[in-house]
Design a protein around this ligand. Structure first.
Ligand code: CAA
Ligand code: NAD
Length: 284
């Protein structure tokens, strides 16, 4: 099993920037790419300020913080990924867009490199089949926010090799995560269970069962969830939640997974959650 030292992360949004931060702090060389130059510079800024905040809280020495920042290279040129050992893709939750990226990456990275996707729900087998290396394609699903949440869900596609699985598992463990393994079915484990709950919370709001505040308080204080389901949807991104529900609905073929019309309407209105300043709630 080849050792992973250098990691390429594609997508500098919520998840990609968190994964890049986590890996840089744990001593890996990171290349971070985003197709949008503003998103890339925002990612660099937010990773730097988070690392400074970890140092100021005394959770990391000044030297380790400086080393983590040196480990991080942001690039607008995907060709810079030539020598990475693994790519972790964290772009928009669209099978078509991800497949196009996997085809490009397959032509850029060295033959031994692993192509991992942080997808929340999309078939790893289908992403893998767009490449010439399906045995080296895997799902590596971090939870939001990646530096804080303890879990990584690993998804084997139909052709994923034992070597690819073992190297990915070893990497996740070096990042300090607990691992769970899922077969390649829509939504895997976590979102198969979490997203129908979030969708049901939208139905409760849509049909006037209760206010958003009471729906959230019910689950937060009644079942000890750290966030209510509507607050959590804002944290994840309503666009991401809607995309996942569509994949569950199409992939599992049961009407119980149909996205709530209110969730779809919020996304149509650009109310994407915390990242846009407005979702179910308004953020200042
Ligand atoms: N990136 C990095 N660190 C972050 C962060 C972020 N975006 N947000 C918060 N943190 C850190 C804070 O700096 C703080 O660190 P210290 O303890 O070292 O000071 C710590 O997390 C706690 O933060 P706060 O005190 O500000 O807030 P909190 O105690 O309310 O915790 C939370 C915030 C960890 C997000 C917590 O509310 C929580 O666990 N919420 C549920 C999150 C969840 O369920 N995530 C999974 C979503 S599902 C998913 O990700 C899969 C998918 O495909 C959609
Ligand atoms: P986001 O919208 O915050 O960020 C996505 C980033 O990808 C944007 O900066 C965008 O510019 C960039 N991008 C889009 N297409 C690109 C391309 N072709 N090449 C390069 N960059 C491109 O999204 P996110 O919430 O970080 O989600 C990213 C992925 O992680 C999705 O697959 C999502 O399902 C998954 N995920 C999300 C969460 C969550 O809670 N948000 C949790 C786990 C997994």
């Amino acid at each position: 099993m080849a050792e992973i030292r250098s990691i390429g992360v594609v997508g500098g949004g919520q998840m990609g920037s968190g994964i890049a931060q986590l890996a840089a702090v744990n001593g890996f060389e990171i290349w971070l790419h985003d197709a949008d130059s503003t998103a890339l510079s925002n990612a660099h800024e937010s990773i730097s300020s988070r690392i400074q905040s970890i140092v100021s809280k005394g959770h990391l020495t000044k030297e380790k913080g400086a080393e983590a920042l040196r480990n991080l290279r942001c690039t607008s040129n995907l060709e810079d990924f030539r020598s990475v050992d693994i790519v972790i893709e964290a772009i928009v939750e669209s099978e078509e867009v991800k497949k196009k990226l996997f085809v490009r990456l397959d032509n850029i990275v060295k033959g031994s490199a692993i192509l991992a996707s942080n997808t929340s729900s999309i078939s790893i087998t289908r992403l893998a089949s767009a490449t010439s290396r399906p045995d080296q394609v895997i799902g590596m699903h971090f939870m939001n926010p990646p530096p804080v949440m303890k879990l990584v869900e690993i998804i084997r596609g139909a052709s994923t090799s034992d070597d690819t699985f073992n190297a990915t598992k070893f990497l996740a463990e070096r990042l300090g995560k607990k691992i769970i393994c899922s077969q390649d079915f829509s939504g895997f484990i976590v979102n198969r269970i979490l997203m129908p709950m979030i969708n049901e919370a939208f139905h409760a709001l849509y049909t006037g069962v209760a206010t958003k505040e009471d729906i959230d308080a019910g689950m937060k204080f009644g079942t000890n969830h750290p966030m209510g389901p509507l607050e959590l949807a804002d944290h994840i991104g309503l666009d991401v939640c809607l995309s996942i529900m569509k994949v569950l609905h199409a992939g599992l073929g049961d009407s119980k997974y149909a996205p709530c019309p209110l969730l779809a309407q919020y996304v149509d209105a650009g109310r994407l959650g915390r990242k846009k300043g407005i979702g179910v709630y308004q953020y200042s």
